[in-house]
Design a protein around this ligand. Structure first.
Ligand code: DHB
Ligand code: MG
Length: 219
């Protein structure tokens, strides 16, 4: 398929199955307006996160990498009344945009934005209530650190999803010198080898191009 094919199919599926939501559309628009990179998940993948959270009955969700809170809104809307999303963002400007987007979407009261680098913030969550679903979508160089914390802050049955598992196919290039790709590779290797996880990964073709998502269970 050419990019034209998968963009057309993505638009078709998005129209049929995802539809439009003013708060989500506005979140993306404000994020773009503020000059943030357009690297939020595609609508079909936002809906995937949302459905996995609902299918699993997740009550506590941890997100690493908030950006403008597009995926955060999808996740927060999947939770029961007493549910909570804890989302970690390193960039204060992004966190400000995210906060406004979450409040406008009506889910601000069930989302905590923790400001800082994941590697600094995650240890502060130790000893708190564990997480049922973890979505990793931040600096790819740190994926193994984030996966380690996902296992430590989760429990048997916790679902872990990792965005950007394929990166245009570069993930299968053993000679890559791109530190982000190497980070994705190390993360996938960890999912294959670390006995705390059982995992798979899917290639995706959508509005964001050719990438993928890894899905793991904490065992
Ligand atoms: C990049 C990061 C992402 O999380 C994504 O979904 C797409 C691109 C990036 O850093 O380039
Ligand atoms: Mg991503």
């Amino acid at each position: 398929p050419t990019p034209d094919t998968w963009r057309r199919v993505d638009a078709y599926l998005t129209e049929l199955l995802v539809g439009h939501d003013p708060a989500l559309d506005q979140a993306v628009e404000d994020q773009n307006q503020a000059g943030l990179p357009a690297i939020e998940v595609a609508p079909v993948n936002g809906k995937l996160l949302h459905l996995v959270a609902r299918m699993s009955g997740a009550r506590r969700v941890l997100e690493i990498g908030t950006l403008g809170a597009y995926s955060t809104i999808w996740l927060a809307r999947a939770l029961p009344e007493d549910g909570r999303v804890v989302t970690i963002e390193a960039e204060p400007r992004n966190a400000d945009i995210a906060r406004a987007n979450l409040d406008r979407a009506g889910v601000g009261d069930r989302v905590d934005i923790l400001l800082g680098r994941g590697a600094d913030v995650l240890p502060t969550l130790e000893g708190g209530e564990s997480f049922d679903l973890v979505f990793i979508d931040a600096d790819k160089e740190s994926n193994t650190i984030y996966l380690d914390w996902a296992a430590r802050l989760g429990h048997p049955g916790t679902i872990v999803m990792v965005d950007n598992a394929v990166r245009g196919g570069e993930v299968a290039n053993p000679a890559t010198e791109n530190p982000q790709i190497i980070g994705v590779q190390r993360g996938l290797e960890m999912l294959g080898r670390d006995p705390r996880f059982d995992a798979t990964a899917l290639q995706t073709l959508d509005a964001k191009g050719y990438d993928g998502i890894a899905l793991a269970l904490v065992v």
